[in-house]
Design a protein around this ligand. Sequence first.
Ligand code: SAM
Length: 253
Amino acid sequence: METVVVQHGVRFKLNFAEVYWNSRLENEHNRLIKEKFCKGEVVLDMTCGVGPFTIPAAKKGCRVVANDLNPKCAEYTRVNCRLNKLDGGNMPVVHCMDARAFVRHVVWGDGVSGKRKQGEESPTPHAEHSRFDHAVINLPATGLDFVDVFRGIFDRDRWGDRALPQVHCYTFVGKQLDQSEAETAEGVEVAEAEVRARLFRGVVRRVEELLQCEFPEKEQPEIREVRDVAPNKRMVLVSFRVPEAAAFATASS
Ligand SMILES: C[S@@+](CC[C@H](N)C(=O)[O-])C[C@H]1O[C@@H](n2cnc3c(N)ncnc32)[C@H](O)[C@@H]1O
């Protein structure tokens, strides 16, 4: 089951019995990195698997802090960093913890410890990572629920005037609305484009619920279809900048 796969010139060692791998995501991995990340930016890969976002982003010159709850994934990500000759300032820091605890740990260094083997690099977050530019969540079945971690996690004084981070979260949506929603009051079927727009609005509403705030008119999330997964299921990517009202929220706000 152990093999090495190659995506856009990057090599990934993995064991199919122990970790997640999907070759159908090759273009998606590449597209997100190419379109969204710039050299020098700090990227949190909250559910890194064996590193298909982490390693190409680090090769592009991003500073990546990666994480996966599965210790085998964290281990293979470290192996793959070395396999692809990342070193020095480009070497991602890899953690093994729950994605929410990971974000809090990076931002606050609150002593949440990751599971790691002796001799592996310290999971202590670097101060320069605590102000990050992007967070990627690729866990489409449930990953959207992690979005609540960004509410109230930032401190206005510590963050300063840097732009707030962009979150890129993959999720699944149904391909059709249920019958009652798919018909207008007159019983006319809703066009495909309108169905899609309603499903996408549902994703935005869910993100707003989790952040407990509405997106300002000028900062509406971007939603892109990634692929059809099943006859009634598509994978989409929702990208948004954490709104100020959520980022700096306090318990009383
Ligand atoms: C769909 S895979 C994606 C992996 C990789 N980003 C990719 O594109 O191949 C989702 C990953 O999330 C990890 N995961 C599941 N629950 C998690 C959690 N609570 N916190 C962090 N990682 C988690 C899984 O171990 C798995 O590696």
